[in-house]
Design a protein around this ligand. Sequence first.
Ligand code: PBG
Length: 334
Amino acid sequence: MKSPIFAPYPATRFRRIKNRAETRALVRENTLTTDDLIWPVFICDGENVEQSVPSMPGVMRRSVDLIAEAAKEAADLGIPAICLFPYTDPDLKTSDCAEAWNPNNLSNRATRAIKKAVPNIAIMTDVALDPYNIDGHDGFVVDGKILNDETVEALVRQTLSQAEAGTDIIGPSDMMDGRIGAMRVALEAHGHTNVMIMSYAAKYASTFYGPFRDAVGASGALQGDKKSYQMDPANSDEAIRLVARDLSEGADMVMVKPGMPYLDVCRRVKDQFGVPTYAYQVSGEYAMLQAAAQNGWLDQDRVMLESLMSFKRAGCDGILTYFAPAAARVLAKR
Ligand code: PBG
């Protein structure tokens, strides 16, 4: 703990150091830079297709050709990583989720296109069955129950197909037990020794995911809720146990999700483990800020940067945010 001792007023005046920009800069405890940003993007089928997502103003689904262009722009802005989420054609959704490990599925095609066109951006891909599942769940559903161990086997297949396609970072967002260890063993066994895993370790059963489910076309599909595998928003000790578990199984980085409502969890994770820690500023958080900005109720650029800085203050090393290109543009002007 830093010393709380200070001389009483007027010997100490907190306003002295605030009086000019230079000394405010000098005492600033945290910084936000473009290096901190991971940009989640949505991919759709077709060529030269760009579809807006109404519940996420400013966010597009893009076909593979345009995603490669977007990745190039992101890399040119200095954004270190892009995270791919496919909008899967409803006809390809099945209860066995086989599209998830199809070497030519949207996610894998986008990975190959970006790798070829933009070698200087890291690619993160999503591992979970929900974009491919007729039931909209992250795992196999039998009699209304989500199967754990059978799902983990499928997630391993999905992981290997993404590694084959050339992904850099596997992002398991599924919350099944034992998946990190199973993925790590499979990656090592198949020679993918440098493929990283960023575990969605503390992922809450959150209402803030609503707009994302619109974006990937899972909203209509989802039966029930995800409370039997995602975390209870009332818990935080459990988050610590989950992070410990995933690190012990071979996660390289861990994530807390959503972000702003769970900054206390970010701080606990960073303090306890001191490992690379990320927050996902999810679709609902983005939608709230954008909606207010569109109404003229909040200043868009400022509230964006303030929200992103809050993650740095909470101990995060980086943030997955739909604001990534907008934030990078504003930061580049400073
Ligand atoms: C599902 C997944 C979700 C998000 C990322 N992966 C939603 C869910 O769990 O239902 C949410 C991201 C966001 O809201 O921006 N595997």
